[in-house]
Design a protein around this ligand. Structure first.
Ligand SMILES: Cc1cc2nc3c(=O)[nH]c(=O)nc-3n(C[C@H](O)[C@H](O)[C@H](O)COP(=O)(O)OP(=O)(O)OC[C@H]3O[C@@H](n4cnc5c(N)ncnc54)[C@H](O)[C@@H]3O)c2cc1C
Length: 536
């Protein structure tokens, strides 16, 4: 497709718009570089550090005045850390399970790059982070005496933390920034990608940026790597490409800068996009009784939802009983985070209510969830003597976490009336019987994830989903080269991180904890090495 023409994945979609026409005379400055990276986020910083290692004369442009926050947990497969702990992932099974989540709308050849190269990525990044004072831990606690989940839950999640000499908490992106600074590079802030530049043959030769001084064109010898993130803040794109968000999301935790700029610029240059959306949604968007899912802000402003400003209430991911506004349970709570939200999309208001009793701490310990939902387990385990009300004082004050001495009073406070209240009380009874019999006859939740609701005080909280980012992007091959609608490489154009596609569809397989960030780091490294000719 020529510049500005809609491509197959986006025909008649008004979210796409067309490439801005920028007259040559409006370009206030033209620069040349060897390799251009766009977006200083989790993917872009790993790309920049790789380029610095290779001694490339690269340029890293960032839309805002700072880097994106570090997303700490990342998934990597069969690394020295997992091996030291005796955990070995069956990579063939992992690949096939991953493809099953997307019904093969992701590309196994692309996914395999993460599986096969993430350990090398750890070997590379580990000394950089270690030199700055960071050490690695990872989750290896998925089998425990009380039970296990039926899903594949591979031990892949790595977490680096530490403090610097001044006692400041270290973050990976900041360490990588210092790393490139020491080698003479920096980020060009306030450079917002406006469009890509192509030669007559269609090769991407650079990009034009909007800056406070006017348009700047940067020509790049080895092409352009897009690392501009997804589009969780773009209402029009969410409507068009991820319609489930409207139905089940009540808050968003992504950056307001992530509005799909890189994806749209690539489409204007002829790229193909994943046909199906892949939102990363966690079951943590706490709301007040009566609040609904859906975008509440106007188009053209960052997508906002009813549940903000409290963005994620981590407790929502614990597999306690959850019901809709009709008071009825509607799914197996012991499933990946987004399943709850997708199931609740059919509930009135797109929301669900989580209920538990005074034995919260014991139950959460036994559930032993993985990934970032484990933060609740850690929070409660490290405060054994602190009352629940004190631990969750903020949520109680805001009115989202509701407490009562009886179940009837709790039902009233949560807004259940008439038949819905009867249903709610009946559902609690049934829940308790399932616990006694250690069998969930309705939805088959694993016995170790069943819990009683019998000991006062009782608690309840309404939630919808919290969208963190989007994972559907421009189609890429196994070298992260962007593909057109005929599956041909667009010369000179690469994509990594959330703006790249070919990996997910419909959901985020969060039981592969840290996969989103793990693939971003791994793909960035691969892309830059390929652009530099360091790998064939
Ligand atoms: C709160 C939160 C927590 C998360 N935690 C985890 C986690 O622990 N583990 C995990 O695996 N995943 C996590 N994720 C998801 C993870 O961050 C992403 O999947 C991914 O790693 C992001 O990498 P990225 O570089 O593509 O995007 P980002 O890190 O979002 O970076 C994109 C960058 O591009 C810039 N940009 C955008 N448009 C332009 C433009 N026009 N011109 C120039 N620059 C532009 C943005 O300003 C931003 O700096 C989390 C997400 C959120 C929101």
């Amino acid at each position: 497709a020529s510049e500005g023409e809609a491509t197959a994945a986006s025909t008649s979609a008004d979210w796409l718009g067309s490439a801005p026409s920028i007259a040559e005379g409006d370009i206030v400055e033209t620069r040349d570089t060897e390799l251009l990276i766009i977006g200083a986020g989790n993917a872009g910083m790993a790309a920049a550090a790789t380029a610095a290692d290779l001694g490339l004369d690269f340029t890293l442009c960032e839309k805002s005045g700072s880097m994106q926050s570090t997303r700490h947990w990342f998934g990597a497969v069969n690394t020295r850390y997992t091996e030291e702990a005796g955990a070995k992932v069956d990579t063939a099974r992992l690949l096939n399970e991953l493809m099953r989540y997307s019904s093969c709308q992701g590309d196994p050849r692309v996914a395999r790059v993460w599986i096969e190269e993430s350990a090398e990525m750890v070997e590379w990044i580990d000394p950089i982070l270690a030199a700055a004072g960071m050490a690695c831990e990872f989750d290896n606690d998925v089998d425990h005496p009380t039970g296990g989940t039926e899903y594949l839950v591979p031990t892949i999640q790595h977490y680096y933390s530490g403090t610097d000499a001044a006692g400041e908490k270290l973050e990976r992106n900041k360490v990588l920034l210092a790393y490139i600074n020491e080698r003479g590079y920096d980020v060009a802030y306030n450079h917002s990608l406006a469009k890509l530049v192509q030669d007559e043959a269609g090769r991407v030769t650079g990009a034009i940026f909007e800056t406070p001084d006017g348009y700047v064109q940067i020509n790049s010898e080895r092409g352009v790597l897009l690392a501009t993130g997804g589009y969780s803040s773009n209402s029009a794109m969410l409507h068009a490409c991820n319609p489930m968000v409207e139905r089940c999301v009540t808050s968003q935790a992504g950056s307001p800068n992530n509005v799909g700029d890189g994806i749209r610029a690539a489409l204007w240059a002829g790229a193909a996009k994943d046909a199906v959306g892949a939102p990363l949604i966690f079951d943590r968007g706490a709301v007040l009784p009566g609040q609904n899912a859906g975008i509440v802000t106007e188009e053209g402003t960052p997508a906002g939802f009813a549940g903000e400003p409290v963005v994620q209430f981590n407790l929502g991911s614990q597999p306690f009983m959850k019901v809709g506004r009709d008071g009825k349970r509607f799914y197996n709570e012991s499933t990946p985070y987004n399943d709850c939200c997708f199931a609740a999309a059919s509930n009135e208001g797109g929301v669900f209510c989580q209920v538990f009793d005074a034995n919260l701490k014991e139950n959460v310990k036994r559930f032993s969830t993985i990934g970032c939902s484990r933060l609740t387990q850690i929070k409660l385990a490290t405060q054994p003597d602190t009352p629940i009300d004190e631990i969750y004082a903020e949520e109680m004050e805001r009115g989202v976490l509701i407490k009562a001495d009886t179940l009837s009073e709790l039902a009233d406070k949560l807004g259940f009336e008439g038949q819905a209240k009867e249903n709610f009380l009946h559902e609690v009874e049934k829940n308790n019987q399932f616990f006694d019999n250690q069998a969930d006859l309705d939805f088959g939740k694993e016995p170790y994830r069943l819990s009683e609701i019998r000991t006062a005080p009782f608690y309840g909280c309404w939630y919808g989903g919290c969208i963190l980012c989007t994972l559907d992007g421009v189609r890429i091959n196994a070298d992260m080269q962007v593909l057109d609608n005929d599956n041909h490489v667009i010369d000179g154009l690469y994509a990594t991180g959330d703006c790249s596609g070919s990996m997910f569809a419909n959901n985020y397989p969060e039981y592969f904890a840290g996969l989103a960030c793990g693939r971003s780091l791994t793909f960035s490294r691969h892309a830059v090495r390929h652009m530099a000719g360091d790998i064939a």
